[in-house]
Design a binder for this molecule. Structure first.
Ligand code: SAM
Length: 327
């Protein structure tokens, strides 16, 4: 079992299978991103091998992410393989939705139980401004396709930015309610060097909550995923509201997760640089899992107590982009 120095049990991995994406969201990537050369990225077989090793160490939940996971060639094969690992009880993914029309049914068949879809705006011009190259209609069609093939617990994720899309809180919530989707608002995190100062666009989830409480009765839920999210039931509706508040709420004491980049870097915390490079081990020991197991077990000693995001800093807390670490 994976237990860190603060007695937290790690049973959840977020695995990024590509740093590439068909969007260039302004808070997540630079406009002219340089992507990794192919041989620096884990093969899908290497990804699967790692998941199997983590499964033997007590991990039962896997989130496949990126970059945009569904733009990786043959990504479906990986979902199908992970879906068959008996120890993995929960296989989920985070996507921008652009490829869901094509893949939703196959993901369902592979055993994906939940999809988080990022959607920051319902207005074409704003959506384009945020994603730079994204197509809102493709995402809306993707959401529809996922619902049509039986995903009944889709969650929308919206990063709110002051002056950009903070006037869409109501529209986004209404959109979710009409479709019986859950929705989470995410506070923007200082990851990677972007084209704006995070302090300028920051909007606290506390403000979002106060705003929505004027419209709805919101009942706090005990539900926790071990991350910095709190959930509320929107009374009289099927939808739940989530607030992912890494700035104003810090639930690091319950953290149950680690992240693996597509380069095989095991990041112990989203808000710190501490990592263990697993790819050289995977390649040096193609037929022996023990060195990799040992490296993962030892990594528990360096998992930080908590992240430390400070909006007053001029520099980002962490220089790597979320698309590098995996969202
Ligand atoms: N491409 C997929 C997607 O769009 O959901 C998965 C990867 S993306 C990096 C995962 C999530 O991270 C998205 O919901 C995105 O909005 C969020 N994200 C990226 N950079 C962020 C930042 N600086 N602060 C808060 N959320 C961020």
């Amino acid at each position: 079992m994976l237990i860190d120095a603060y007695q937290r049990r790690i049973d959840y991995i977020r695995l990024s299978i590509t740093d590439r994406c068909d969007f260039r969201c302004t808070y997540c990537m630079a406009e002219d991103m340089t992507f990794l050369p192919r041989d620096e990225v884990m093969s899908l077989e290497e990804c699967l091998r790692l998941v199997n090793i983590f499964a033997q160490l007590g991990v039962s939940k896997v989130r496949i992410t990126g970059g945009e996971p569904l733009v990786r060639k043959n990504a479906l094969w990986l979902f199908q393989q992970i879906g068959q690992i008996p120890q993995i009880k929960s296989l989920v993914t985070t996507t921008n939705g652009s490829q869901l029309s094509k893949y939703a049914a196959a993901l369902k068949q592979a055993g994906v139980s939940r999809i988080n879809i990022s959607l920051d705006s319902l207005r074409e011009d704003v959506f384009k401004k945020i994603t730079r190259i994204g197509d809102l209609n493709k995402v809306l069609q993707g959401i529809q396709a996922a619902q049509a093939c039986g995903f009944d617990n889709i969650k929308l994720n919206s990063v709110l930015m002051r002056g950009i899309n903070d006037n869409e809180i109501d529209d986004l919530v209404d959109f979710a309610i009409e479709r019986q989707l859950d929705i989470s608002f995410i506070e923007e995190m200082p990851l990677g060097e972007v084209d704006h100062l995070r302090g300028d666009t920051f909007i606290s989830n506390q403000q979002v909550l106060q705003h929505l409480q004027q419209r709805f009765t919101l009942t706090p839920l005990a539900l926790t995923t071990g991350g910095p999210a709190q959930y509320w039931q929107i009374e009289g509706k099927a939808s739940k509201l989530g607030l992912i508040s890494p700035h104003s709420h810090n639930f690091c004491e319950r953290c149950n997760r680690v992240r693996i980049s597509c380069r095989g870097e095991l990041f112990l915390c989203l808000g710190h640089e501490d990592k263990v490079d697993l790819l050289p081990l995977l390649r040096d020991y193609p037929h022996q899992d023990e060195p990799i197991r040992q490296a993962i077990l030892h990594s528990m000693a360096i998992k930080p107590q908590g992240h430390d995001f400070d909006l007053q800093r001029q520099q980002p807390a962490v220089v790597r982009f979320m698309s590098h670490t995996g969202g």
